[in-house]
Write a protein that binds this ligand. Structure first.
Ligand SMILES: Cc1ncc(COP(=O)(O)O)c(C=O)c1O
Length: 411
């Protein structure tokens, strides 16, 4: 046995802890919000639709949780990957003739973040690489870094509604590529891919035999003229782990319910991946049992009017945002097709004293008390991301202040 010659305390954080970081926090913590500011604080930065009170959970979901709470049947531990009733409710919701699934193909997780964490773990070894979108949700990078997996970034093209540069994506694939992550509809872009584009991405995955992780947390949050297609419904060949949850479509991010759908027509994932998913889900027990009990009602009895109302408000806010921001000289919004975000390009040439997107966000919050995330948070400089879920009045006020800010700083 090795000896122990410690004579004093010297407790150090692990290498994993040293690698763990959230790029959004790192950047945002440096943007100083002035508590003494004369103008009210308007945040266009938080991807939580509930914070302003204008997007509310449907009564059906609240009643379902209350009902389950009062049965006293959901106070114990449930199976780590979810109760069979909850998994069955999810399978019935998402099963389609082209991609049939049942309760055995579902793993419940702590939010969609928990689902992503398990998917990365089951498919990627340290030293392998995973293809990630740029711009993309920052958790992807954080997970890759913690797991010592190399994130390789494929480009999304703003002039093409943020579609993937397929040639460049394909050029990144090698024998060490463990998976391609596709996020549709997208955070931060607000893009919704047409069927043909998803099929083209699937063709690249099929050609190189690389599985897909499809982050579909914003499923169905699409505006008029666009359709959401799940990737699994468009392929018979490519094995897919689709991740989702209650956070966005059902407007309850705090309830922390997420899921993985194992979509695999030809048993490519086979016993090993399925067992791996189960083993990983068992490390820490799955999401809270009361909401699992309510899941059938939430998924199957929420009225269509709730979903329609969410889209109506998001679409209204998007149109308002596009109209206001496109009038501001020096800013160029990219029209969103769904989700809850709008990316806005900054033409730095037009400004006399703005050096970068981080500088833009930093000066904007200091002078106008309006906070937007700089593109840097999504690996995409010279842009800002605007969250379009605040009430219309707050958005209008924010855009007036941004217009004044730009006018002051323009050459
Ligand atoms: C693209 C994307 N994936 C996953 C998540 C995480 O969802 P959850 O809150 O369910 O963990 C988010 C949250 O904002 C997101 O934007």
């Amino acid at each position: 046995m090795a000896g122990n010659n410690r004579t004093a305390w010297n407790v150090r954080s692990s290498n994993v802890a040293k690698r763990a970081h959230n790029p959004i926090r790192q950047i945002v913590d440096k943007l100083k919000v002035d508590p003494q500011a004369q103008k009210s604080f308007i945040s266009l930065s938080v991807g939580d639709p509930t914070v302003f009170g204008n997007f509310n959970v449907d009564q059906t979901a609240n009643d379902a949780v209350t009902k389950q709470l009062n049965t006293f049947k959901h106070n114990g531990y449930s199976p780590a990957h979810g109760t069979v009733e909850a998994r069955d409710a999810i399978a019935r919701k998402f099963s389609v003739p082209e991609a049939p699934i049942n309760a055995n193909d579902i793993i419940l997780t702590n939010g969609c973040s928990g689902a992503l964490e398990i998917c990365f773990s089951v498919l990627c070894n340290p030293g392998q690489n995973i293809l990630l979108p740029r711009p993309g949700f920052s958790l992807y990078r954080s997970l890759a870094e913690v797991k010592e997996v190399e994130g390789r970034y494929y480009n999304l093209v703003p002039e093409k509604n943020w579609q993937v540069d397929l040639e460049q994506m394909e050029s990144l694939i090698d024998n060490n590529t463990a998976a391609i992550l596709v996020n549709n509809p997208s955070n931060p872009c607000g893009s919704v891919y047409p069927r043909e584009h998803l099929e083209a991405i699937l063709a690249v995955a099929a050609k190189h035999h690389v599985p897909i992780i499809a982050d579909e947390i914003y499923c169905d949050l699409v505006f008029k003229g666009n359709t959401f297609y799940s990737m699994a419904s468009l392929t018979q060949d490519v094995p897919i782990l689709s991740v989702g949850g209650l956070a966005k479509k059902w407007l309850v991010p705090g309830w922390r319910i997420g899921w993985i759908l194992i979509q695999d027509r030809h048993d490519v994932f086979n016993k090993e991946i399925r067992e791996g998913l189960l083993n990983l889900s068992q490390v820490i027990l799955g999401p809270n049992s009361v909401v699992q009990g309510a899941l059938d009602d939430i998924l199957h009895n929420t009225p269509q009017s709730f979903y329609d109302e969410t889209i109506k408000q998001l679409e209204h806010n998007t149109n308002l945002s596009l109209e206001a921001v496109s009038k501001i000289d020096g800013l160029k919004p990219v029209t969103p097709q769904g989700a809850m975000y709008m990316m806005v390009g900054i033409d730095l040439e037009k400004f006399k004293d703005i050096e970068s997107d981080v500088d833009f966000s930093s000066k904007l919050v200091a002078e106008e008390n309006v906070l937007c995330l700089p593109g840097e948070c999504f690996d995409y400089p010279n842009f800002i991301r605007i969250v379009i879920t605040p009430p219309a009045g707050a958005l209008t006020e924010a855009y007036e202040r941004i217009a004044q800010f730009c006018a002051r700083h323009r050459k």
